[in-house]
Design a protein around this ligand. Sequence first.
Ligand SMILES: Cc1cc2nc3c(=O)[nH]c(=O)nc-3n(C[C@H](O)[C@H](O)[C@H](O)COP(=O)(O)OP(=O)(O)OC[C@H]3O[C@@H](n4cnc5c(N)ncnc54)[C@H](O)[C@@H]3O)c2cc1C
Length: 163
Amino acid sequence: MTLSERNNDLMMRRREKEIKDETTLRAVIRQSLVCRLGLCDGYRPYVVPLSFGYEDGYLYFHAAHEGKKIEIIRRNNSVCFEFDANAEIVESEEACDWGMRYKSVIGFGKAVIVDDVEEKRRALEIIMKQYSENSFSFSDQSVASTTVIQIEIESMSGKQSGY
Ligand SMILES: Cc1cc2nc3c(=O)[nH]c(=O)nc-3n(C[C@H](O)[C@H](O)[C@H](O)COP(=O)(O)OP(=O)(O)OC[C@H]3O[C@@H](n4cnc5c(N)ncnc54)[C@H](O)[C@@H]3O)c2cc1C
């Protein structure tokens, strides 16, 4: 079963706008600059924009060792995430005819803090791959001073409008 097929809880109202194929879903993620990560702090939601990497059904983030998102993930690792790409305003004469062209992805998953040094290094390479075609190396010190978050994607849906 593909990630977009595990979407029983994600029935989209405008089905004609749904992105159904995995290749396009992955392309939207690849074209996105930032991931908005949604966390549950008890009954209070917390959304934080982050740079990211994506590979084989997993998302990766790097962060400082401390901070609100890390504290929340340690208490509750259920997350929601959002990406969007190619957003453009569609202008018109009438205010009600203005719109937005976009492609976006919303998904759900479970976050874990990665401890293994080699896995952390690999995650940092995946994050850099999102933003650069160059390859980079990471010193033991920079790996040690970084917290890496891995999200196993459980399901995701895609939507496009105006494309
Ligand atoms: C485009 C973009 C890319 C980023 N990439 C990364 C990344 O790869 N790794 C990373 O660690 N951080 C990144 N950041 C910063 C990130 O959004 C957080 O500010 C940072 O991770 C600290 O989060 P925290 O939960 O530890 O906040 P804390 O430092 O614990 O602060 C908590 C409080 O500060 C406020 N706050 C925190 N972050 C923001 C924010 N971005 N804007 C406004 N108020 C805020 C909130 O009110 C929150 O309650 C990025 C930000 C942007 C906009």
